[in-house]
Design a protein around this ligand. Structure first.
Ligand SMILES: Nc1ncnc2c1ncn2[C@@H]1O[C@H](COP(=O)(O)OP(=O)(O)OP(=O)(O)O)[C@@H](O)[C@H]1O
Ligand SMILES: [Mg+2]
Length: 307
């Protein structure tokens, strides 16, 4: 187990009467990708900006590199990189000029070409910021977050609003950061993103962390059923009925049953055979993070939950 590089204890943030962050505690380990997964208004940005020393907590204790965020701001900001939720830059600078500008601002002698290549912008180095697509702009933002060669990189919703292709490109960049040994703190409301990238996911809803673990731990811990989808002819649902399983007919002639465990899956198969019920295909899968999230909070990830 690596050591913890961020430690948050009983963090609370009030905005007037609103408990935007409501007594949360968690640890981030060195070198991991840690994802804060939650819907709009859950308290993600508030929490990361307290860790980044940008906002002040109402109460609680936050240590980063073992240092208190209230007392060691100057030291801490040298060692972290930040992509804010609404990153934007100078329209009339090129990609390369933008990275150079921020490097100079941070008095960093970083290798600008290396950074541009790291975020896969080599082909675009001479393009004006204003002419870049949303996905490319986000990658410029990540390059800017890296000019001081930070040990921890905070990315606040780096892929929101991007198309699937651009999102995958940003995922590649994040995996590259991990390979470089950096700790990545990611906030997102895309469950696939957390599932694909994160070593540890903390699910946050209405200011509270409701579960933490690796994606597969969360799914194992909270999924109560296995989805068995059987595509085929008549009579399949009668098996579910006979076994007392929940089932649903889907478009295209398939039936989805909720099995509790592997024993029940075997029993479904046996009964299909005994009754000579033919089928074309069987698909068996556990719940995904989105279903876990729904179960835990009663709210969806991408919509709702906001204020
Ligand atoms: N400066 C502020 N003053 C008052 N209320 C605020 C402030 N910043 C955030 N809030 C409120 O606190 C709650 C948490 O906001 P926050 O921005 O941390 O959520 P988030 O999880 O980052 O959401 P999103 O996914 O929309 O970015 C929201 O209800 C928001 O309206
Ligand atoms: Mg936010």
């Amino acid at each position: 187990m690596s050591e913890s590089v961020i430690s948050v204890e009983n963090l609370v943030k009030l905005y007037g009467d609103l408990r935007a962050v409501d007594d949360i505690s968690f640890e981030v380990r060195t070198g991991e990708v840690f994802a804060f997964l939650g819907p709009n208004g859950a308290g993600k940005t508030t929490t990361v900006e307290i860790i980044e020393t940008i906002r002040n907590a109402t109460s609680g204790k936050v240590l980063i590199f073992g240092m208190d965020v209230r007392k060691n701001r100057t030291e801490i900001i040298k060692r972290i990189g930040v992509l804010p939720q609404e990153f934007s830059s100078f329209d009339r600078l090129t990609v390369e000029e933008t990275v150079r500008y921020f490097a100079a601002l941070f008095e960093s002698d970083c290798d600008v070409q290396h950074l541009i290549n790291l975020v896969n912008l080599g082909k675009h180095r001479n393009q004006l910021y204003t002419n870049l697509s949303g996905g490319l702009k986000q990658r410029v933002g990540i390059a800017v977050a890296l000019v001081n060669d930070p040990e921890i990189v905070f990315l606040d919703e780096p892929t929101t609003g991007l198309d699937p292709r651009a999102r995958h490109d940003v995922w590649d960049v994040i995996n590259g950061l991990k390979k470089e040994g950096k700790t990545v703190f990611l906030t997102t409301h895309y469950m696939e993103e957390a599932e694909v990238l994160a070593d540890t996911v903390a699910i946050i809803s209405r200011g509270r962390i409701i579960s933490t673990g690796s994606p597969s731990e969360l799914i194992d811990k909270h999924s109560t059923s296995i989805h068995v989808t059987i595509k085929g002819g008549m009579g399949i649902s009668s098996v579910a009925e006979a076994m007392g399983l929940q089932w649903e007919a889907k478009n295209g002639g398939s039936v989805v049953m909720e099995a509790r465990d592997n024993e029940q899956i075997l029993e479904i198969m046996m009964r299909l055979k005994e009754k000579n019920i033919g089928y074309d295909s069987i698909d068996i899968r556990k719940a995904n993070l989105e279903e876990v999230f729904l179960k835990l909070t009663g709210e969806g990830l991408s919509g709702g939950g906001g204020h």
